[in-house]
Design a protein around this ligand. Structure first.
Ligand code: FAD
Length: 202
């Protein structure tokens, strides 16, 4: 088995490392100290296409392989763990499920903005009474006529305060008696969507 990186993977490592050292290193300590994120950095990350690392070019992504994705997150996290976590959640549990399991309509609607970082994505399953035991979630979505009404609250949502497309784990009940657990796409601007206070993590 060949464990050597390909030329493209080496190029990814070199360019992301250079970016992290020159652009992120000077500002990274502020993110942790002030518990704030910078939209200027989001723009810089977008310029080097880090918001759609494994998404196809058709949706504006960089279409890189999984190892290049891992190298990217490793290089960013060496310098700024917050940015590494923001990017990994956005790429792996925000963008990827939409790409892999979404309908073509959902992909066309969400992925181009996700791939440029115009919309930051996240994934929200954990609740006060459901962590490791993921099927213990109490959030519930009930069909009312042609609409679904969602009720519940979530905790520990990485990208929760800056994200505008969040995948939510919920129970559901339909008019015709179907019920189960699903992941749905929620947008920040939807009626009733509220963001709580950030956790004090330091
Ligand atoms: C920095 C950070 C970011 C996060 N981001 C997100 C996010 O973006 N989206 C999201 O949905 N969640 C997120 N989470 C939540 C995270 O996924 C949960 O914390 C995790 O699922 C564990 O749940 P819990 O904290 O309720 O711990 P618990 O489930 O209460 O577990 C507590 C301890 O008990 C152990 N334990 C639990 N069940 C068993 C068992 N059956 N047998 C043996 N040991 C067990 C666990 O290993 C753990 O050590 C984040 C958490 C952190 C810390």
């Amino acid at each position: 088995m060949n464990f050597e990186l390909t030329e493209q993977q080496k190029l990814v490592r070199r360019s992301v490392r250079e970016f992290a050292q020159s652009v992120l290193a000077p500002v990274a300590p502020n993110f942790d100290r002030e518990a704030k994120y910078s939209w200027d950095i989001v723009k810089e990350l977008s310029k080097i296409n880090l918001f759609g690392i494994q998404l196809p070019e058709k949706y504006g992504g960089a279409d890189l392989d999984s190892l290049s994705y891992a190298i990217t997150i490793e290089e960013i996290s060496r310098i700024c763990a917050s940015t590494g976590l923001m990017l990994s959640v956005h790429n792996s549990v925000g963008a990827y499920p939409i790409y892999n399991w979404g309908t073509e309509e959902q992909k066309e609607k969400y992925l181009p903005d996700i791939a440029t970082g115009k919309k930051i994505s996240g994934f929200s399953w954990t609740e006060p009474n459901a962590g490791s035991d993921a099927q213990g979630i109490e959030c519930i979505m009930v069909q009312e006529g042609n609409e679904f009404v969602l009720n519940g609250s979530k905790i520990f949502v990485t990208n929760g305060s800056i994200g505008s497309v969040i995948l939510i784990g919920t129970r559901y009940k339909t008019n015709d008696g179907q019920k189960g657990i699903a992941t749905i796409i929620l947008e920040k601007d939807m009626e009733g969507y509220e963001i709580g206070q950030p956790e004090d993590k330091m």
